[in-house]
Write a new protein. Structure first.
Ligand code: FCB
Length: 477
């Protein structure tokens, strides 16, 4: 029998080209004002609740604070250059410190505070990086906290005035605005304490400024005032910003993952996601509190009017979701609820942060649910990333192999969503740099650029190369 000679080497196509993202995809990195800026009392800035909270011993690991942080307030030029050259990012999501603009929360604006964001935005535009501004990433002016903070309904109006002012001042260059970052985190973390299930029945308790412990009824009212503040801010941005301003929120939606990918399980996961988020995303996008939410909260339900609901659901241009972890695993059930939550196993894999349950599927399902439940036409992943035990090696480099693993796994699932037609328009990696990680202080490094907090030296990590290559190919690298 004649044999045909077989080549010894088999050419396996490189998979990367097959994992492409849509054209025009935004590849961004994200930070927030309190976590990176420092300059806590410069240029007439007012105190924020995070200044007050971190200056009280015992609130933060190692009693760290954001007084200096990454000194980004003074080093923003170097940081923008890093984003452009070392990360290859084409978008940057930053937040504005409200007390820099209105040191007392309302009243006279502070020209020096505004000037910083003008300079930052100009620097970004010159580098070809699209600015995405978040108006509230938790650093409330202390003077407003002294008037009750988000417990006081008037704060919603003050937030709208400040948001409208920023849209007016930056609107010629900033086209994308996020009102509020993570309603759930700052409301629950700051006003009662946030409990996160991490597997095996274990619960991680997270706190934050202003460090209050309200009753459930009071907390539900804070939730309501926050979504109302968002709605009023959307209207203020529309009326005072430029005509082509685009606005949405950035919420850490609670994500239900179907245990098995059949239509029944997926339906059950959608039902669960809608109910789990009844207090934030659901009311923001539907303009109503679900019956189950009102029943569950009973006498503790928030007080609201029909007019409030209309404001809260002011039409948006996109939905922003921060995606880190699955919240529950779900299977269908025959009861009225229609789903059953499956416990997360004690041995379930985790990333370094205490709360960080690992499952790349959640970044497939989160935007998928947003589209199928609420018909969103434009979705941004406003945060995704992980912390790792990064150290500088003797050769001067930082080898965060676990972060590269994490990013590749999550981006593969995100690419799967876009390939299915889920309208995800961009992805922001948390974070552009290591920074002040709230109650964990500087002990939890989320950056793809390492910061030596003693010298302020910046060192791009292995994951920075991975990210840069992903952006270059517009495909999972
Ligand atoms: C999110 C916050 C962000 C950062 C990451 C790790 O909840 O929005 O500021 O702390 O977690």
């Amino acid at each position: 029998m004649a044999t045909t000679a077989k080549p010894l080497r088999i050419d396996i196509p490189v998979a990367n080209d097959e994992r492409k993202f849509p054209q025009g995809f935004f590849w961004g990195v994200a930070t927030s004002s309190y976590q990176v800026e420092g300059a806590w009392n410069e240029d007439v800035k007012g105190l924020s609740i995070w200044d007050t909270y971190t200056h009280k011993p015992g609130n933060i690991k190692n009693n760290d604070n954001g007084d200096v942080a990454n000194d980004h307030y003074h080093r923003y030029k170097e940081d923008v250059a890093l984003m452009k050259n070392d990360l290859g990012a084409n978008a940057y999501r930053f937040s504005i410190a409200w007390p820099r603009i209105f040191p007392n929360g309302t009243g006279e604006p502070n020209a020096k505070g505004l000037d910083f964001y003008n300079r930052l935005v100009d620097e970004l535009k010159a580098a070809g990086i699209e600015p995405f501004a978040t108006l509230y990433h938790w650093d409330l002016p202390q003077t407003l906290q002294d008037k009750g903070g988000w417990q006081n309904r008037d704060i919603a109006k003050a937030f709208a005035d400040y948001s409208g002012y920023m849209a007016e001042k930056l609107g010629d260059r900033v086209k994308y605005f996020f009102t509020i970052n993570e309603f759930r985190s700052f409301v629950e973390g700051g006003y009662q304490g946030l409990n996160v299930q991490v597997g095996g029945g274990k619960i991680v308790h997270l706190g934050g400024a202003p460090g209050l412990q309200l009753s459930n009824g009071e907390l539900n009212q804070v939730r309501h005032n926050a979504v109302l503040g968002h709605g009023l801010a959307v209207q203020a941005i529309r009326s005072r910003g430029s005509a082509d301003a685009k606005v949405g929120f950035a919420e850490n939606m609670l994500i239900a993952v179907p245990v098995i990918e059949t239509p029944e399980y997926v339906k059950a996961a959608e039902k669960a996601t809608r109910e789990l988020n009844a207090d934030f995303i659901t009311v923001l996008l539907e303009g109503r509190y679900t019956d189950a939410y009102l029943k569950k909260t009973g006498k503790d339900a928030p007080k609201f009017t029909d007019d409030d609901l209309k404001i809260i659901a002011s039409p948006l241009d996109f939905v922003g979701i921060n995606v880190y972890k699955p919240n529950i695993y779900v299977e269908p059930s025959n009861d009225a609820q229609g789903y059953r939550s499956v416990p997360i196993n004690a041995s379930h894999p985790k990333m370094q942060a205490s709360w960080h349950v690992f499952d790349p599927e959640c970044i497939y399902w989160a935007p998928h649910h947003v589209r199928s439940l609420w018909g969103a036409k434009s979705i941004f992943i406003t945060e995704n990333g992980c912390s790792a035990s990064d150290v500088v090696s003797p050769d001067g480099r930082v080898y965060d192999s676990d972060r590269v693993m994490f990013l590749r796994a999550y981006l593969t699932q995100l690419q799967r969503a876009t390939a299915d037609g889920v309208p995800v328009k961009g992805y922001f990696l948390w974070s552009a740099q290591d920074n002040f990680e709230w109650s964990d202080g500087y002990s939890n490094r989320f950056g793809i650029v390492y910061i030596d907090f003693k010298t302020q030296k910046r060192i791009p990590k292995l994951s920075a190369s991975f990210f840069r290559e992903t952006v270059r190919r517009n495909a999972v690298a």
